[in-house]
Write a protein that binds this ligand. Structure first.
Ligand code: NAD
Length: 360
């Protein structure tokens, strides 16, 4: 199979971690008989330095022309970098918002996995963490409170701010379909999270999710109120498979789920549209404090590449091979600085990529 992948190395540690993801993808190509065709584009600070803007129209066209986009991370030190003296719409992050919009990426996926070997980094009590967990948080990304009408007014000398939370049934249906499709590739359970005891938007959410569920009799659906879900994530995370939720609830719950894994350098993510197209990137930022030192953990980016194989190319076997290599490398005791623990062997970014490629 020919895989056309647009890569955005970006800023900070971005180029280092994307290079390691390519190393692993090339090994997959060699072993499973695929051809990887990469095209690098500039975004964020790297694009500002060359073009004066964080994302050009040509770069957007290159992203659209590919089957998927693999990204490192963008942005610099927000207090010292000259990029942050520019107006907000010319700063690095504006490139990210622009590309998400241009590619119509409405579904955000963030896995939160606890690896046995990294269980010590999990802040939960051992009696809870020993059960392990493997959760996929699916967050609606382009609707809800963050995109509704908002204003601040003054009434009789009193300032008043208004934000509106709006969802129509089509926005809910398309993310629900994605959620059930993804559950089918995993543990076949969807927990739909809402606040249906209070909000109309949540009651519509629940009704539409139930309609969609009828087409997926093999997937178990349960509903959970968001406040309960926040508690259950720390009380019994092993109960979850796919958590399906709207934009703001997903924003908060995905950060909570990430934190209970305890290791930022391991967290992948994907943003999908209604075709097989997606943008895949680690959940962490560009870590300018450690850029250029060959010490960053490339695993989050490499696991994002595995998600790309699974969701954009339906190459489940190849994605499984990358995930198994990650487990094996941890089992063999290799660690980058962020996940280092006593008795393990510390390796750099490039060596970690090589060790993973060797285990494919
Ligand atoms: P960060 O995630 O870049 O770094 C937080 C801490 O985690 C730092 O100490 C860093 O060294 C460490 N860290 C992060 N990733 C690591 C890795 N792979 N291996 C080892 N250590 C790692 O967050 P920040 O410092 O708040 O942000 C830095 C820049 O990244 C900012 O410009 C921010 O806007 C940008 N950012 C970009 C994205 C994105 O591109 N999607 C996301 C978040 C932040």
């Amino acid at each position: 199979m020919e895989l056309h992948i647009t890569c955005i190395p970006g800023d900070g540690i971005g180029p280092e971690i994307v290079a390691e993801a390519k190393k692993v993808l090339d090994k997959i190509a060699e072993k499973y008989g695929h051809t990887m065709i990469y095209k690098d584009i500039l975004m964020g600070g790297a694009s500002i330095d060359v073009h004066g803007v964080p994302l050009t129209e040509e770069a957007i066209a290159d992203a659209k022309a590919a089957d998927a986009v693999l990204m490192g991370s963008i942005g610099g030190n927000t207090t010292t970098s000259p990029w942050y003296k520019l107006p907000p719409n010319r700063r690095p992050e504006a490139g990210l918002l622009a590309i998400r919009k241009a590619l119509n990426l409405f579904a955000n996926l963030r896995p939160a996995v606890l690896y046995d070997e990294l269980a010590a980094a999990c802040p939960l009590k051992e009696e809870i963490s020993k059960a392990g967990f493997d959760i996929m948080i699916m967050r609606e990304l382009t609707g809800g409170l963050y995109f509704g009408e908002r204003k601040t007014i003054e009434e009789n000398g009193v300032r008043k701010a208004i934000d509106t939370l709006t969802y129509d049934e089509n926005e809910i249906r398309r993310i629900a379909i994605k959620g059930f499709d993804i559950a089918r590739k995993r543990g076949k359970k969807v927990t739909s999270v809402d606040k249906a005891n209070v909000l109309d938007s949540s009651r519509l959410w629940r009704a539409v999710v139930e309609e969609v569920a009828k087409d997926y009799p093999d997937v178990t659906l349960e509903h959970m109120l968001v406040d309960n879900c926040a508690m259950q994530l720390v009380k019994n995370p092993a109960q979850f498979d796919v958590i399906l939720t709207e934009n703001m609830f997903g924003d908060i719950l995905s950060d909570e789920a990430s934190m209970v894994t305890g290791s930022i350098g391991m967290l992948a993510s994907a943003s999908l549209n209604d075709t097989k197209f997606g943008l895949y990137e680690p959940s962490h930022g560009s870590a300018p404090d450690i850029a250029g030192q060959d010490i960053a953990n490339p695993i989050a980016t490499i696991l994002s590449a595995a998600m790309m194989l699974r969701f954009s190319f339906d190459l489940d076997k190849e994605a499984d091979a990358i995930e198994a290599a990650v487990k094996q490398v941890l089992k063999d005791g290799y660690r980058t600085i962020d996940i280092m623990s006593e008795g393990c062997t510390r390796v750099g970014c490039s060596e970690m990529g090589t060790l993973l490629a060797e285990r494919i």
